[in-house]
Design a protein around this ligand. Structure first.
Ligand code: SF4
Ligand code: ZN
Ligand code: ZN
Length: 292
């Protein structure tokens, strides 16, 4: 006998919470609205939704577009041979169908691509994904700041935050996870735009089923460098633990966020570009200098 939704007795599509297709949509949209509701006067803010073309980003952009918001989309082309142009096309079609303004920037405008990171990762003593992540964070903030946006919206989900928590524990450094929240406020004097993470409490599997069941287009391929991504392995193991101990991810994120010591040193700014940096030159400028 098939399992029935705990609210309406229709067939279940998301067994973890015993929800049918309609109630899964309500479950996700309620979680998104709860986070959006933390920003008072959000309708008057200028919002930039970053879209990679993956299931989480187009699903979230779809939900955001149904709200009465002053929002635009941002796609960053990373120059990954089998991934970037194809995912850009998905985002272009997505934006066109919904009449959303899409901004496109390319890493290559700075003289390099993620392919260059990959080829020189040993020289950098860092892996491709870490370099790529730094470039994304830097360029999202720079574009948003220079174009007068108040908040950047990203579609990181609960499984992402749980894997960041595990990585923080394994490196003994909980600073990143301790300062990560569903909303981070703008600090204009530090050239930092605010962040909203509406999928903070949304499990990855729920996001995937939501996008599939609502026919939201997304790019189904994987980045070719994902194999070297430790985060992917950690996510798989965290999902296994969640299966045997439901609630594990939420509690892991909650406890590690509480245990971390928040940054106490005053933020500096990069000597070259003026954006925030822990030392004289920010990571993006150091990467740029090295690849020149
Ligand atoms: Fe960047 Fe790694 Fe994601 Fe590829 S898998 S887009 S290199 S962070
Ligand atoms: Zn239902
Ligand atoms: Zn810099």
């Amino acid at each position: 006998m098939s399992i029935k939704c705990r609210f309406c007795r229709k067939a279940v599509i998301y067994p973890e919470q015993r929800l049918c297709v309609d109630h899964l949509s309500k479950f996700i949209e309620k979680r998104v609205d709860k986070v959006l509701g933390k920003v008072l006067g959000l309708e008057e803010k200028k919002i930039l939704v970053t879209v990679s073309g993956g299931k989480d980003s187009t699903g979230l952009a779809h939900i955001m577009a149904l709200r009465d918001l002053n929002m635009e989309l941002l796609y960053l082309n990373l120059g990954i041979p089998t991934y970037s142009d194809a995912s850009q096309k998905v985002v272009e079609d997505f934006a066109k169908a919904r009449k959303l303004k899409l901004n496109i920037i390319t890493l290559n405008d700075y003289g390099f691509t993620v392919k260059d990171f990959h080829e020189k990762q040993e020289e950098f003593r860092s892996n491709t994904c870490s370099l790529c992540g730094s470039a994304k964070r830097y360029l999202f903030n720079k574009f948003a700041f220079e174009n007068g946006f108040d908040f950047i919206v990203t579609a990181h989900n609960l499984d992402d935050f749980a894997s960041f928590a595990v990585m923080g524990i394994s490196s003994g450094d909980l600073r990143y996870i301790s300062k990560t929240a569903s909303v981070s406020w703008p600090k204009k004097e530090q050239k930092t735009v605010g962040r909203i993470r509406p999928y903070f409490h949304v499990p990855e599997k729920a996001s995937l089923i939501y996008s599939l069941s609502n026919n939201i287009p997304f790019f189904e391929g994987d980045c070719e460098y994902v194999g070297g991504n430790k985060q992917g392995d950690i996510k798989t193991r965290v999902a296994e633990l969640e299966r045997v101990a439901p609630g594990f991810r939420q509690h892991l994120v909650k406890f590690t966020r509480k245990s971390g010591t928040p940054e106490t040193t005053a933020p500096k700014s990069c000597d070259s570009c003026g954006y925030p940096s822990a030392i004289d030159s920010c990571r993006f400028c150091r990467i740029k200098e090295r690849l020149r």
